[in-house]
Design a protein around this ligand. Structure first.
Ligand code: 13P
Length: 249
């Protein structure tokens, strides 16, 4: 039985006030949320992480990015050791915005995922096809290549994978539950070929315009174990409603 997992990716948004709003909301709902068997992770901009972990010890935090290097002349970067030392537990890797805007390659995704694991945190490796790739019937090939190359040498037992079709991110165009399930099933069958118990236990998340009103249908698919949420994770009520949908399905 896989525990549902919902991760908030705030991207370049949010503030200390928003963190407080989330914490206050969680406290106000504590009787109900204490019974929620859903793991929740907030990934704010990295500048807020250390203080967030200190101030809100009941919440779990992740980073949106890390360097694959442990130290050195890499201006602006943050190492996995630094993230771990302030209490960060998860790190997103290979998000399509990092791939498209910052040129992150599959080889870097694998190097980062390994560095995250070595530091004792959990990588959340993102995969997904563009609209042109879907239209060209290349979805499966793209996903399999991202898995093969982006997970090379990575310990599959200590990992979360998120499927985020690029065309569904921030566009309001969610993948249908069937489209999402088809790719999740592909990912799980790829995992099955590597190791059947890993395949059985891996939390596979869907991301791309998940909102309270479509979350339930997506999360009720057999191979969808939760979500990676962008815009709707910036509002405590919406994020809570998505977590509730993960619990109910
Ligand atoms: P949206 O939920 O805003 O589409 O973003 C999804 C995403 O990229 C989460 O990582």
């Amino acid at each position: 039985m896989r525990q549902p997992l919902v991760i908030a990716n705030w991207k370049l948004n949010g503030s200390r006030d928003l963190l407080k709003a989330f914490a206050d909301y969680a406290t106000s709902q504590s009787a109900e949320s204490a019974t929620l068997p859903v793991a929740q992770v907030i990934c704010p901009p990295v500048i807020f992480l250390a203080e967030a972990v200190r101030q809100y010890p009941d919440m779990v935090f992740g980073a949106q990015h890390c360097s694959e290097h442990t130290s050195g002349a890499f201006t602006g970067e943050t190492s996995t050791g630094m993230l771990q030392s302030v209490g960060c537990r998860y790190v997103l890797v290979g998000h399509s915005e990092r791939r498209a805007l910052f040129g992150e390659t599959d080889a870097q995704v694998a190097a980062k995922a390994k560095a995250i694991q070595q530091a004792g945190m959990t990588p959340v490796v993102c995969v997904g096809e563009t609209e042109a790739e879907r239209d060209g019937n290349e979805t499966s090939a793209v996903i399999l290549k991202q898995l093969e190359a982006g997970l090379e040498g990575v310990d599959l037992a200590k990992l979360v994978i998120a499927y985020e079709p690029v065309w569904a991110i921030g566009t309001g165009k969610t993948a249908s539950p069937e489209q999402a399930q088809e790719v999740h099933a592909l990912i799980r069958s790829w995992l099955q070929k590597q190791n059947s118990s890993v395949a059985e236990n891996m939390q596979l998340l869907y991301g791309g315009s998940v909102k309270p009103d479509n979350a339930r249908d997506l999360f009720s698919q057999v191979d969808i174990d939760g979500g990676l949420i962008g815009a709707a994770s910036l509002e405590p009520h919406q994020f809570a409603a998505i977590c509730k949908a993960a619990q109910d399905s």
